[in-house]
Design a protein around this ligand. Sequence first.
Ligand code: ADP
Ligand code: ADP
Length: 233
Amino acid sequence: MKIIETHELTKVYKMGDNIVNALQGVSISIDRGEYVAFMGPSGSGKSTLMNIVGCLDSPTTGTYSLNDNQVSEMTENELAEVRNKEIGFVFQTFNLLPRASALDNVALPLIYAGYGKADRDEMAMAALESVSLADRYHHKPNELSGGQRQRVAIARALVNSPSIILADEPTGNLDTKTSYDIMSLFQELHDKGNTIIMVTHEDDIAHYAHRIIRLRDGLIEWDRRNENVSRSS
Ligand code: ADP
Ligand code: ADP
């Protein structure tokens, strides 16, 4: 079942006389349950593509359908709802609220989704359990390690049972061992059937994904199944 389908996406940034063709015709099709890495050097268009896929930005030309819905035809309210319910975002910098506990950080998307407090706490606790952090639910971000913060962010991304997890350089601020721990968690999420798209410029991190799409100068340079999926022990 197709979850993401883009057709000939282009993105042009104009800044005065300066024109950047960030995407120059990107067509991709991703099925439910796939684990994909977008790779490529700095400036190749990875963030631009991920922002379009995450419904944070729109293409200059081309079409994007998510779960068979044309994203360009959605209203601002529909887009906000898709971002909240269909997509779980994970960022390099974790983006946690510093004064809120792990539980409250994870529960945040549920406030926007309209759940009451008791449901929010129960769902957030279950999400924390799924990343093995239930025992730290009352800790604030500065009382947690980098890897634990990222696990809180992943629990927050999962809490609404989104269609896709979009992770932008999820290991960019983590040391090597912690990065592998996070990749092992992604592998578990993939095994449970989650659809994961990860943006990374690191080769060894990309090799945890089962499919790698490499961008270069705003175009797909190659798109292939990863025959040697890395696994952390
Ligand atoms: P990557 O994530 O692979 O590093 P980006 O998608 O961030 O690549 O950038 C692709 C190209 O678009 C680069 O040349 C970058 O400088 C340019 N670019 C990205 N965002 C903007 C923006 N908001 N305004 C102007 N140019 C941009
Ligand atoms: P970078 O990869 O450059 O460190 P981020 O990963 O923090 O940047 O953000 C990537 C994009 O997502 C940016 O365009 C940013 O505005 C947007 N963004 C950041 N945080 C959120 C959020 N919590 N919800 C939705 N969009 C966000």
